[in-house]
Design a protein around this ligand. Sequence first.
Ligand code: DQA
Length: 145
Amino acid sequence: MKILIMNGPNLNMLGRRDPKHYGSQTLAEIYEKLKARFGGIDLEFFQSNHEGGLIDRLHQADGSFDGVVLNAGALTHYSIALRDAIDSVEVPVVEVHLSNIAARESFRNHSVIAPVCRGSISGFGMQSYMLGIQAIIDLTADGEA
Ligand code: DQA
């Protein structure tokens, strides 16, 4: 089983960025914990601050991964291009957020990618990634991914 964990703009700044909302762990520390937690799963990690980089990686992932866990960062709220990329691939994409975007500023309340994602998980810190990975594992096992 192969799952791609994708992170968008500014998530490389975790650890330094707004710890009240995003905690104090770095992205590298989160990656290590995910690898330890899901030892039997082939996890691959990708982060880009560029919309096009994320779109290219998603296109490439189609057909070679069982699922994608995507924290699109601020692109979540306005990127129609990323939304269309998700819509154009077969691989199931689970939207995740560290913070609860429904409980924050109004411009973060709306996700333009949510309707084309398999599901959305928001507000559980790094657990959001774990829940996203687990969802792909369970759905794949049930033949429902
Ligand atoms: C985020 C929420 C977004 O609104 C924000 O722009 C981020 C991080 C989250 O993980 O909570 O960059 O996706």
